[in-house]
Design a protein around this ligand. Structure first.
Ligand code: KIV
Ligand code: ZN
Length: 528
């Protein structure tokens, strides 16, 4: 047999063609600016990831903060199907903390890492190769005292000396690592190069067949998905990725893109995953709803235009036969055309059924609250879309009991008046009201709230989006407030953009308040 044919045969035999999807939305994704989530939001996200069918959820980095620890622990307690991974540096204390957080998981995994590139060793760790190799092995051995499900990552692997990388991978497998992840930490490598590196590891690492090889690609040069596919072709069987491609800097491999690429081009790639693709769009929407950061309209798979055909020639072809311009159906990722659902004549039962259909199983009490809010909304908005219902649920059901509440807002504005806002609020159960002028109506509204709450946070970001089309669309306002090095996102929705602004600002104040008093005692299962 010729050498390349032999090589291809070896790659084929390496594993079956099942690819494990390791989701890092709640770790690499959550640590990136603007994507921080509170405990309830992380649990909702994790529950959706479980429904989506991911194999492993990386729930966080427990040693990083008390909040991270609690979130990982709660996810480990409630999410039972996927493996729950906790990240730890190659350090005994980190590993002990990671284990403590995931000990109650049905399928716990410790993910430990240390850098392997000379650049990192020389400038960041200031340690020799021998020293770092020993620390990697010690870390895996220590983790082995807790579990036999251990992932090891040589950070900055793609810029590491290949033979040193071979030594490190071989040594950690020998020490008990069951998954070895090859991170392209700085998003520097190219598909052929990464494929070649994975092939090299399969050739040189003697005990490599005792482990699953994984890849973790960053998207700095826009090729994270292509890199991940190249690695799979050379024998990797785990891909680390995040919903909407969020993550450090330019993000990680996008979950929806890698999954749909493997699904749509099964004919040439031949891989399968456990993902229920019909749940992709909803999971992506949940993330944008929670963080208030939308995906760009032309984003593959989940962007607003991903299935919109504008050109006359394309529309003509589609009417004749969908396959002319459609490589996958919108339904296959959960985008439906049946979005218009309810109006002011819809009853409680219809609302309940629709909520069930889009994934919300509410208790009777939750349904009563949601239905009351639905009726209020339907009074001012003719058609209630699925997106409106999602927003309504996140506004009425999943919001924590608040320190601050908006009771009343009246704004005077226009080109012949000095903008002025009068606000009445409840602050820790007591009603307070005040008024303020501003350079515009938004400024006046925020100034009045600041006056009542005696707060002085800087407004880092203010974004207004319409959830659906039409002049009666609900406005969704996202604000980001900064305070003492913390930043927090607040969101509010209402057909009136100024009311949405007040709600968002107050929501951010409540979140800041809960950051100072973390909700450590919450143990009940969320209703989603
Ligand atoms: O990008 C990276 O190297 C990482 C590791 C912790 C896996 O996120
Ligand atoms: Zn990363």
């Amino acid at each position: 047999m010729r050498k390349t044919a032999q090589k291809r045969e070896k790659v084929k035999k390496r594993n079956d063609n099942r690819v494990y999807i390791f989701d890092t939305t709640l770790r690499d994704g959550e640590q990136s600016p603007g994507f921080s989530m509170n405990l309830d939001e992380k649990l909702r996200m994790a529950r959706h990831l479980e429904k989506l069918g991911v194999d492993i959820i990386e729930a966080g980095f427990p040693v990083a903060s008390e909040g991270d620890f609690i979130a990982v622990q709660e996810i480990a307690r409630h999410i039972r199907k996927p493996q729950i991974a906790a990240l730890a540096r190659a350090d005994r204390n980190d590993i002990d903390r990671a284990w403590k957080a995931i000990a109650e998981a049905a399928h716990p995994r410790i993910h430990t890492f240390i850098s392997s590139s000379d650049i990192h060793l020389r400038y960041q760790l200031k340690k020799s190769r021998e020293q770092v190799l020993k620390e990697a092995v010690d870390a895996v051995r220590h983790a082995r005292e807790y579990t036999d499900n251990i992932e090891f990552s040589p950070m900055d692997a793609t810029r590491s000396d290949r033979d040193y990388l071979v030594d490190m991978v071989q040594a950690v497998i020998e020490a008990g690592a069951t998954t070895v992840n090859i991170p392209d930490t700085v998003g520097y490598t190219m598909p052929d190069e990464l494929g070649d590196l994975i092939g090299y590891l399969f050739e040189k690492v003697k005990n490599i067949n005792n482990t699953v090889i994984s890849v973790h690609c960053h998207n700095d040069l826009g090729v994270a998905v292509a890199n991940s596919i190249a690695a799979l072709k050379q024998g990797a069987r785990q891909v680390e990725c995040a919903v909407n491609g969020i993550g450090e800097r330019a993000g990680n491999t996008s979950l929806e893109e890698i999954v749909m690429a493997l699904e749509t081009r099964k004919d040439i790639l031949g891989f399968s995953t456990n993902i229920d693709t019909k749940h992709i769009y909803r999971t992506s929407r949940l993330l944008t709803d929670i963080t208030g950061i939308p995906v760009q309209p032309n984003k593959a798979i989940v962007g607003a235009n991903a299935f919109a055909h504008e050109s006359g020639i394309h529309q003509d072809g589609l009417i004749k036969e969908k396959i002319t311009y459609e490589i996958m159906t919108p339904q296959s990722v959960g985008v439906t055309d049946t979005n218009i659902v309810l109006g002011k004549h819809s009853g409680r039962h219809a609302v309940k059924e629709r909520l069930k259909k889009i994934g919300f199983m509410l208790t009777d009490d939750e349904l009563s609250r949601a239905f009351k809010r639905f009726k209020e909304l339907a009074d001012v908005k003719k058609q209630i879309f699925d997106e409106d219902l999602e927003e309504l649920i996140s506004d009425t059901i999943f919001r924590k009991p608040d320190k601050y509440k908006l009771l009343y807002l009246n704004v005077i504005s226009g080109n012949a008046a000095m903008p002025m806002a009068a606000v009445r609020m409840e602050v820790e159960g007591k009603e307070k009201q005040d008024a303020e002028f501003g350079v515009g109506p938004v400024d006046a509204t925020v100034a009045a709230i600041k006056k009542i709450t005696r707060t002085k946070h800087s407004l880092i970001k203010y974004v207004v989006n319409a959830i659906t089309g039409g002049t009666d669309a609900q406005g969704v306002v996202t604000v980001q407030l900064g305070f003492n090095g913390h930043s927090v996102i607040g969101r509010g929705s209402d057909p009136d953009v100024l009311v949405a602004t007040a709600k968002a600002y107050i929501n951010a104040l409540n979140r800041l308040d809960s950051l100072r008093t973390p909700d450590t005692k919450r143990t009940e299962k969320p209703s989603l």
